[in-house]
Design a protein around this ligand. Structure first.
Ligand SMILES: NC(=O)c1ccc[n+]([C@@H]2O[C@H](COP(=O)([O-])OP(=O)(O)OC[C@H]3O[C@@H](n4cnc5c(N)ncnc54)[C@H](OP(=O)(O)O)[C@@H]3O)[C@@H](O)[C@H]2O)c1
Length: 159
């Protein structure tokens, strides 16, 4: 599995959740975030700013969207899977279809079964949330501005 933006809010959880059942996980991130990605358990942590090609991946979880989703397809083997957290354009869908790549655009909706499983992973020390910064709810605007600096992990709003 390939996890782009592996040190981000979604990515750092995706790496841990994929590792828990034993997936081989390749993480990509900015150079200053690679050690963090390795500590999460990624089998390989790659600095995407250096270019290079990743090939023959079974599954990509794309948390970046736009043109990036189309680029992600190049890393996926024919018949693989692209899961995107953001909307996919028609070109990406057509290119995927031509190579028999299944495309899933997901919206995360918490449900009991999923939350129980996440709880199990936390209890087993296989999952933790890295909070880069906690910000009072009334300063949510500042939290958004901080996110734009691309921190590692999540920004928490406190009440
Ligand atoms: N569908 C859903 O249910 C769902 C759920 C949660 C989030 N989302 C969406 O998924 C996306 C990611 O969420 P997140 O919480 O992981 O975000 P985040 O914590 O802000 O992480 C985004 C990371 O993406 C990387 N990146 C690469 N190219 C980028 C670019 N052009 N602009 C900004 N960042 C770029 C950066 O890491 P590097 O420094 O390593 O490049 C950045 O830290 C957001 O758009 C969010 O709205 C969707």
């Amino acid at each position: 599995m390939l996890v782009p933006a592996a040190a981000g809010g979604v990515g750092h959880l995706a790496v841990q959740i994929a590792k828990a059942p034993g997936a081989y996980v390749i993480a990509t991130a900015s150079p200053n975030k690679l050690d963090f990605a390795r500590k999460l358990g990624a089998d390989e942590a790659i600095d995407y700013t250096r270019g290079g090609l990743i090939r023959d991946i079974d599954l990509v979880l794309d948390p970046i969207g736009g043109d990036h989703a189309e680029r992600s397809l190049k890393a996926i083997r024919n018949g693989g899977v692209l899961v995107s957290l953001l909307d996919l354009n028609d070109t990406t869908r057509a290119l995927a279809s031509a190579r028999d790549i299944r495309v899933e655009r997901i919206s995360v909706m918490p449900d009991r079964e999923g939350l129980v499983e996440l709880g199990r992973l936390i209890d087993a020390n296989k999952l933790s949330v890295h909070v880069a910064k906690s910000v009072p709810l009334e300063e949510a605007g500042a939290a958004h501005a901080f996110l734009a600096t691309r921190p590692i992990g999540k920004v928490a709003l406190t009440t």
